[in-house]
Each structure stands twice: as structure tokens, then as C-alpha cells.
Design a protein around this ligand. Structure first.
Ligand SMILES: [Zn+2]
Length: 245
């Protein structure tokens, strides 16, 4: 029972050392997926999780959701084949101005292209919005907020043929004001960078996640799914929840 956050799958390229924690090698990713299966976890979509909030649907006792932030090309090249091999799926959060070939300078070679996005959606992957330009949303005025949150939703609706159901806050940066715009735009919920491996219905617009890093060996992943991890983070987050009420 946790929503997992990934960014890149693959070896950390030269020049990216500052962000090397975000690069999970393909072999480790496959080992994590195998471990989840062997421990009896079922891979669910965010849609399933949100449906369980209303009580219409019960989640299995052990479930995970897999999410990818930022829409990197390696998600198509390296994550998609592994997910398909294990019969699992994920939600990919796109920064709509960075979709490859959608950008006037064409200078976004590291990001997913429209055909890749279509192929992923057709393979059963959920595509969500991670804004249009990846800003710190709490710093924006009302009209800029709308153009990031509503604008990116319209672009994805055009591309996918239906509006995206999920939103993800860049840098985990949100407030009640930002969450309200997300809700009013029609999104069904949003993921945050608050760390926890339980999701309550009243967290629908700032769902907590656990962050998978370069060194998250299966043993560590097991801890991240445990009741102990939940208790530790519920304690660490206590002031955060006061602010989010
Ligand atoms: Zn991001």
C-alpha cells in the first residue's frame, strides 16, 4: 500500500551527478518489480486507489501504484518494457511544454515524444499532468496558476483524446490555494512529495508517496512499504498535516 515515485530508469549519465539519486538502473528496477510480485503486492492504478476512497471498491491488502515524474524519454525506452514484462503499469506525469517535438526549439531530446506517449497510453499506462513549464506553483498568481494547471490539462486532452485524471505538483510545492485550482480544473486528485506509504481519502489532492532512489535495494523497498515506515513518517509529517487541513 504505497504510491512509488520514480524519475529516471537507467545509468546516471555524465554531467548528471548532482541528480544521481534519481537514476534507478534498469536491473534494479526489474529486481524491485520482481520483489513486489514475490511479496504479494498487486499493481494498481491511481484510478483504482481513488475509487476505493468512495467505498465502492476495495483495494487488495497489499497494493502499490507506480508513478514517474517529468516525462523522460528513458521512461519509454527502459521502464515501459520492464513494466510490460511484469504485467504492471504506471502513471506518467508530463510537463506539457517539454513533450518532444511539441517544443518550438526542438531542444527537448531527453523527453517523451507524442508517438511514445500514445504508445504508452495504448499500453494501459495512465498519463497525468505535471504542469506546462514545471514552476513552483505557490509563487504564481491566479492567472498563471490556471495556465499551468488548466492549460496543461487541455493540451493532454487534445493529445490523448480525453482529459488527464491526475495532477502532480512540481517540487511537491503546493498550498490549499493551489490544490483548489487543481480540483476546480477537474482533476480527480494529485500526488505530492509528502512521504508516507498510506493514503487517506482526505489526502486525495496531496497524496503522499515514497521516493525510489538509485540505492533502493529490495530490502530497503520492503522497509518503505512497512508499518514502521508509516509510523516514522506520520510522526515526521505531523506539522505538515496541520498546514494542509
Ligand atoms: Zn518534476
Amino acid at each position: 500500500m504505497a504510491i512509488l515515485t520514480y524519475h529516471h530508469i537507467g545509468p546516471c549519465p555524465p554531467g548528471q551527478e548532482d541528480h544521481k539519486g534519481l537514476w534507478v538502473e534498469e536491473g534494479l528496477f526489474a529486481a524491485q518489480l520482481r520483489a513486489l510480485k514475490s511479496w504479494g503486492y498487486t499493481c494498481m492504478t491511481l484510478h483504482d486507489v481513488a475509487a476505493s476512497f468512495s467505498g465502492r471498491w476495495r483495494l487488495p491488502r497489499k497494493w502499490v501504484c507506480i508513478t514517474f515524474d517529468d516525462g523522460w524519454r528513458d521512461n519509454y525506452e527502459r521502464a515501459l518494457p520492464q513494466l510490460a514484462r511484469h504485467g504492471m503499469f504506471a502513471t506518467f506525469f508530463m510537463v506539457t511544454s517539454r513533450i518532444r517535438a511539441n517544443h518550438p526549439t526542438g531542444n527537448w531530446d531527453d523527453y517523451l515524444s507524442l508517438p511514445e506517449l500514445h504508445e504508452m497510453a495504448n499500453a494501459g499506462m495512465e498519463i497525468g499532468s505535471h504542469t506546462h513549464t514545471h514552476p513552483h506553483l505557490t509563487r504564481l498568481d491566479e492567472s498563471a496558476l490556471k495556465s499551468e494547471i488548466v492549460g496543461s490539462r487541455e493540451i493532454l486532452a487534445d493529445v490523448l483524446g480525453h482529459p488527464p485524471e491526475w495532477f502532480c505538483y512540481p517540487y511537491g510545492n503546493f498550498s490549499q490555494r493551489v490544490a483548489k485550482v487543481v480540483r476546480e480544473a477537474g482533476y480527480g486528485g494529485a500526488t505530492s512529495t509528502i512521504r508516507d506509504n498510506r493514503v487517506r481519502p482526505n489526502q486525495r489532492y496531496w497524496m503522499p508517496r515514497v521516493m525510489i532512489m538509485q540505492d533502493t535495494q529490495p530490502r530497503r523497498l520492503r522497509y518503505m512499504l512497512s508499518g514502521t515506515y508509516h509510523l516514522v513518517h506520520a510522526w515526521k509529517n505531523r506539522s505538515r498535516w496541520e498546514g494542509a487541513k
